[in-house]
Design a protein around this ligand. Structure first.
Ligand code: DHB
Ligand code: MG
Length: 225
């Protein structure tokens, strides 16, 4: 009986393939002792395709880690496009920069170092982002969604990682702040008129989790209410 890992391996081998600079990025991340919590290859390819499908030129990523997803996002950009990625840990940001350079996309990516909720206000006044990928501390998901709406425009695509957390989102264990943040993010996507959203459960090499996908509506022009 095939397992979901067998299916993930088949889908990854068949649809995503391998790339020496992505393998090197993951090896460097592991060598540095970072947790292996980057998006799975099939999800990374989904992000890449969403950038291309939406024609996004300006992409915002919250949570760089070692830059694995950043490389996939940057490779999807049209000529002149840009990824701004926010990373709380200086050491991760340096590692990500090396990985982006090795992958040949460092010139298209700006890494801003600092906690997401501190860095995001500094992006006010820049051109709106066309796609926002949120994959940082789960406790801040509602705050990150609010900033995605402020820094986007009607039609901006928002992707939120880790919204299922092995099913816990449906019955949050008391005291689990990550699950509480994941759930609060999903509730906000359902209630806040600035978003039109759905979510899909995922079952891949990282286990059982999920991704929410939202479109910013015309209500972004008038704020959260
Ligand atoms: C965690 C964070 C992630 O972004 C992820 O994809 C999986 C797990 C975590 O902090 O537990
Ligand atoms: Mg994640």
């Amino acid at each position: 009986m095939p397992t979901h890992d067998d299916v993930d391996a088949f889908l990854t081998d068949t649809l995503v393939g391998r790339d020496p600079s992505l393998d090197a990025a993951l090896a460097a991340q592991q060598e540095a002792g970072l947790p292996a919590i980057e998006v799975s290859p099939v999800s990374a390819k989904l992000l890449h395709l969403l950038v291309r499908i939406s024609g996004a030129r300006r992409v915002l990523e919250i949570g760089t880690l070692g830059g694995y997803s950043t490389i996939w996002l940057a490779r999807a950009l049209p000529e002149g496009g840009r990824v701004v990625t926010i990373e709380a840990e200086e050491r991760n940001a340096r590692l990500a920069h090396d990985n982006l350079s090795r992958a040949g996309v460092a010139d298209r990516v700006e890494i801003r170092v600092g906690r997401g909720l501190d860095v995001l206000p500094t992006l006010v006044g820049e051109e709106p982002f066309d796609l926002v990928f949120i994959d940082a501390d789960k406790e801040s998901n509602p705050g990150y969604l609010d900033w995605a709406a402020r820094l986007g425009r009607p039609g901006t695509v928002v992707v939120l990682d880790n919204v299922v957390r092995a099913g816990a989102v449906a019955d949050p264990p008391p005291g689990d702040t990550k699950v509480a943040g994941a759930r609060a993010g999903v509730v906000m996507l359902g209630e806040d008129p600035r978003f039109d959203a759905t979510a899909l459960q995922t079952l891949d090499r990282k286990g059982w989790d999920g991704l929410a996908l939202a479109l910013l509506t015309d209500a972004v022009a008038s704020g959260p209410d």
